[in-house]
Design a protein around this ligand. Sequence first.
Ligand SMILES: [Zn+2]
Length: 342
Amino acid sequence: MASELGNELINPRPVPPPTTACCPCPVCGSRSVEVLSQRSRDHTPLSTVLCVYCGVARTDPMPDEGELARYYQSEYRLDYKGVVTPRKKHVLRAGRLARERLLYLKHYLKPGDVLLDIGAGGGEFVAVALAEGLSAEGLEPNQGYAHHASMVLGLPVRQGTWQDSTVTPESIAAVTMFHVLEHLPDPIACLRKLAEWLRPGGLLLVEVPNLTAPLATRKRRFHRAHLVHFTPETLRESLNIAGFEVLEAAAPGDGGNALALARRPEARGQFPHADETAAVIPYAAAQRVLQFEQSSPLPASLVLPHARRLARRLASMVEEQLTVRSFADGAAVLEALKRGRV
Ligand SMILES: [Zn+2]
């Protein structure tokens, strides 16, 4: 098989025989895996496996869908940020990120174009996009955040998920999803639905954590909220499988995240069925993840960049606290963000 030959060339070390997973890979349908971890970052049992065909890692088995929906509706934000609505510093951080992220789309969109932000959080990206003249709306599963965005800030953010949304096919110019795809048990099904909602040539901007981030603390990557793990390479392949043309796939900044800008083709062919995709995925992607896992967590060459990254984070936390001190609430921070004052 050509893919096995490719693997031999890239990684000549003996590779242990793969294990069979409980559930098929949501990207390529294979059950052949390597176990990456048996623990979550809070030290509770959690099995994370790597698909040896497509290189996408996942929780195995996947949690029940009803249990997931309840978790995101009420517990997730409390669990991960300790709040039910965003604090001023969260608004500042998310708003600044929103401005940076919008730059990827600005050249392609014109005022009045419809944009949908899935997993809109406190609505910061929607607010920034509206300020740029786009017809932006948001979808947020969490009650507290959706309520804050719509009722407190007056933004067009609705509580809900992509599954329970009805959107006119080919009606949207751009969809954005920041740190959402890794929470979905079937990311390809979601991406295919988004391709239906997008107008021909419509854009999708996605960001997820990078599984092979060189500066990440590896023990903290796996936890029960993240069901699927990508690299820039496997994010690109997943988008291709879902029928998108990838314009850009990268690990911007310090490489902690994988970001991709993709376009729904003007004319779409038949989507490949999940069973047919394994043959077209470069087998080497999985080997690159395994090589990363086998490498030293913090080689000497990364000690200094790692220390610099921690120092930058600390400095930015202090700066955020000082900046938001003079604002009465999150709404005031957001207004200042829209005007470019913070
Ligand atoms: Zn796979």
